[in-house]
Design a protein around this ligand. Sequence first.
Ligand code: SAH
Length: 281
Amino acid sequence: MRIDVISLFPALFPGPLAESIPGRALERGIAKLHSHDLRQWGLGRHRSVDDYTYGGGAGMVLRPEPVAAALDAVRGEDGFVILMDPGGERFTQARAHELAGRPHLVLVCPRYEGVDHRIRGMVDLELSIGDYVLSGGELPALAVIDAVLRLLPGAIDAASTGEESFVEGLLEYPQYTRPPVFRGQAVPEVLVSGDHAAVARWRREQALERTRRRRPDLLVPAPGATDSGTTPDEHMPGAVPAGVDAGTERDRRAGRRGRGRRDDDADRWDAGSGPSDTGAG
Ligand code: SAH
């Protein structure tokens, strides 16, 4: 796979992708990552890339010409162009799998208030990594590339990506390592029983239970589930409301004021002595 990134801060790549799993994938040549300085396509003597927003308002907007020129230069025949945008499709593991099957990704990372709207017609997909606003598209792009790299054949043991969270639409079951007893908390007995079928059953039940408790929205099929490239305007209406509604409903049921769900579902509780975690087996 080839990955091109277009950014005003190309030195942010490979950044964290140089270490560990993504680092090894890049080192082995499973994927090649190229980052490009958007400024090289900037306008005039000052290589200008941004300007004031029409209609007034705070902040600068990236002009369309430099971004278009960058795309013309790097997308080639098979480049699948992704614009990082808080209003894009919410990035999911299903989308990561879909992207991992493509030969060439091009990620555009705006800064400031984002990019001139007329660029959207030149992109194949807009992706958001969550409902919050970061200062630029680089961190979101790093997150997307990391999720994709670890799925490429040869990046890691296929068995580990096959059992992770979200793979079957469920969160992962609890994991333990040594010691057998930590601060009074024992490892669930079934895991040391040597009974592989019982272990598999327990993990399945735990995965279901954790998903039901923490992410009931995952148990409902998402509208507009993503398995192919869509045009930006097709995917956006469906993507956000599903998660938002589920979250709101969950919070209402729990009588919570805020949106945080870690209050009663924190890892500490999950890994603790709750009957569903340690009593089975
Ligand atoms: N004014 C924009 C936000 C600009 S933030 C708005 O209200 O939507 C600057 C850039 O950071 C965005 O153009 C996008 O590329 C990136 N960015 C910020 N938050 C993001 C997120 N949650 N997911 C993906 N990209 C994001």
